[in-house]
Design a protein around this ligand. Structure first.
Ligand code: TEU
Ligand code: CA
Length: 560
């Protein structure tokens, strides 16, 4: 909509703290490390930092398993360091968005320690416990998103608890009003400290269908596991819970909110984000992240093409044009690197990274940049499984290869293409040993290409991805058309070019993006050829507009 808001105009930069900057040589990124890089963020020009979880955690899932919501992870520093970070960001006019992981906690959280201790413990009902079946079978056939069953039998009481993610991430029971109030109190604790925004982890999974029914499917063998998402994604009470959270907490602060919501449709997203519903401001949808998955899911690699990608992005642009608001992202800490996935990380790395950056900043919505994207960091291909650290990757390998007899090479290739550690290799600051990330041994190996691709190099090269991002961000601040302008698709059937206009009152911009490594002739209606100026383009010398877009060329033109 046209109603102005800071969170519509903002550009967000995601920091994955473990991999950003180590300050004390233990090989793990930390808060003091981030503080030492604030000038860099200011130079890039971003408005908001989304900080992946920094709370106390045994790190089964790198902080997405929280054992104390109101304190900082030992490896990352102290609450005092966090206060210093917040002050340092605010001093530079940058807001801080914290990651809120409240679908589940760590099994080491005091609540779970109490909960598992006895069936009549006051915290028992903070989590989701069920007895086994007559023969001790699991309560239902759901699989965990991180492989294996979603239920774990707990010796102490002989019952099972639900964990949609790892067994060290038990799901919280949102049906319990005491639990909800405890979470709202915790949120208030952070917001009172001056936090400016919240990214809510898998927030559309907090309401499970009553009775937790098993997935029924003709071709399921007895004992076979099945996804179960239809019973916990966008569940029956999720909107009620979010409206309650909004009334009790969010509405009291001028903050930014984004829900991470795998499996949402445009219709769901409108329910989460329409302004008059008082839930969230925007959600991360995943349709474009599933584009290269085959029928067997994420690790079943399938080819993708621009037609599919554009169809999805267009559907979301059109779907949220009047109600709700889009978040725009092409990668994050769970996804492969954008340039390797949607661009070309070899010969046209810089061109395709900047072309994709142009897409990200010129669609309607709020752009999210993931650390390293702004220098065109790429996927990594570690040769052996031992180099990997990610629990999703390791569990999947165990399930498919060790347990399921799949071919090692095929799965290793899937990991190279889709594994989460692609995004988690340490930030590449310079060409020195370990890229300036750490003076010690990094917790995860670096991408060996850090000697060529790094911040120092990017800052020394006026044609780098970094300076192009800096220009895009500056442009967005000066030109409301980039934020609020109406989006209209052009050349809807073109195989390689994504073209659209953005229009706000008298102002109209044309965006042309070549998604291929060969030149593409552009055939536009006459009225769109009357170009006033090139606003930004990713080739040093102007051309494109009137005839041919060069490989991965991006051009943004002012028409009137
Ligand atoms: O991710 C949610 C989610 O659905 C993931 O399974 C994601 O789709 C997957 O990692 C893609 O491979 C969130 C966090 O972003 C992720 O880091 C956590 O591991 C997960 O929740 C559990 O908290
Ligand atoms: Ca450290």
């Amino acid at each position: 909509s046209l109603k102005r808001a800071f969170w519509k105009e903002a550009v967000v930069y995601q920091i994955y703290p473990r991999s950003f900057q180590d300050s004390n040589g233990d090989g793990i990124g930390d808060l003091q490390g981030i503080i030492s890089r604030l000038d860099y963020l200011e130079k890039l020009g971003i408005d908001v930092v989304w900080l992946s979880p920094v709370y106390k955690s045994p790190n089964d899932d790198n902080g997405y398993d929280i054992s104390d919501y109101e304190d900082i992870m030992d490896e990352f520093g102290t609450l005092q360091d966090w206060e210093e970070l917040l002050a340092g960001l605010h001093a530079r006019g940058i807001k801080l968005m914290m990651d809120l992981v409240i679908n589940h906690s760590s099994d080491e959280h005091a609540w779970f320690v109490e909960s598992r201790s006895s069936k009549d413990n006051p915290y028992r009902d903070y989590y989701i416990w069920r007895p086994g079946g007559e023969n001790g079978e699991r309560p239902n056939n759901w699989s965990s998103i991180f492989s294996g069953p979603a239920w774990e039998l707990d010796e102490a009481t002989g019952e099972y608890y639900l964990h949609l993610f790892s067994r060290k991430q038990p799901d919280l029971n949102w049906e319990n009003p005491r639990l909800r109030d405890a979470l709202y109190k915790m949120m208030t604790f952070w917001l009172d400290k001056g936090v400016d925004g919240l990214r809510m982890d898998v927030i559309n999974m907090i309401s499970k269908v009553e009775g937790l029914p098993s997935v029924q499917h003709e071709d399921l063998a007895p004992g076979e596991l099945a996804g179960g998402g239809e019973y916990y994604m966008n569940g029956p009470r999720v909107h009620e819970f979010l409206q309650e959270m909004n009334a009790k907490v969010l509405s009291k602060y001028n903050i930014m909110t984004v829900g991470e919501t795998p499996g949402v449709t445009v219709e769901d997203a409108i329910k989460y984000t329409a302004e008059d519903r008082n839930e969230l401001q925007m959600v991360f949808q995943f349709e474009h992240m599933d584009i290269d998955s085959g029928p067997a899911g994420k690790w079943d690699i399938a080819p993708w093409n621009l037609k599919q990608l554009r169809a999805i992005l267009h559907k979301w642009q059109a779907g949220l044009a009047e109600q709700g608001w889009n978040s725009l992202y092409l990668n994050n800490h769970d996804q492969p690197r954008m340039v390797s996935r949607f661009g070309n990380d070899g010969e046209y790395r810089v061109q395709s990274a900047t072309m994709l950056g142009t897409l990200l900043h010129t669609l309607k919505g709020t752009p999210y940049i993931y650390q390293g994207e702004e220098i065109g960091m790429t996927n990594v291909k570690f040769p052996v499984l031992e180099d990997y650290q990610d629990i999703e990757t390791l569990n999947m390998y165990r399930d498919k290869v060790t347990g399921g007899g799949a071919d090692h090479e095929t799965i290793l290739q899937a990991i190279h293409t889709k594994g989460r550690d692609n995004a988690r290799t340490p930030m590449q600051w310079d060409a020195s040993e370990n890229a300036g990330f750490t003076a010690g041994t990094p917790w995860l190996k670096l991408n060996p290409n850090y000697r060529e691709i790094n911040v120092e190099q990017a800052l020394a090269d006026p044609d780098s991805v970094f300076y192009y991002y800096q220009r895009l961000i500056k442009l967005r601040k000066k030109n409301p058309v980039m934020v609020y302008g109406e989006y209209n698709l052009l050349l809807p059937d073109h195989e390689y070019i994504y073209a659209y206009t953005r229009t706000l009152a008298e102002e109209r911009w044309l965006v042309l993006l070549n998604f291929s490594d060969v030149p593409q002739p552009v055939d536009l209606p006459a009225e769109l050829q009357e170009i006033k100026e090139l606003v930004i383009g990713n080739y040093p010398e102007e051309a494109g507009a009137h005839g041919i877009l060069r490989p991965y060329e991006a051009g943004v033109y002012r028409l009137n």
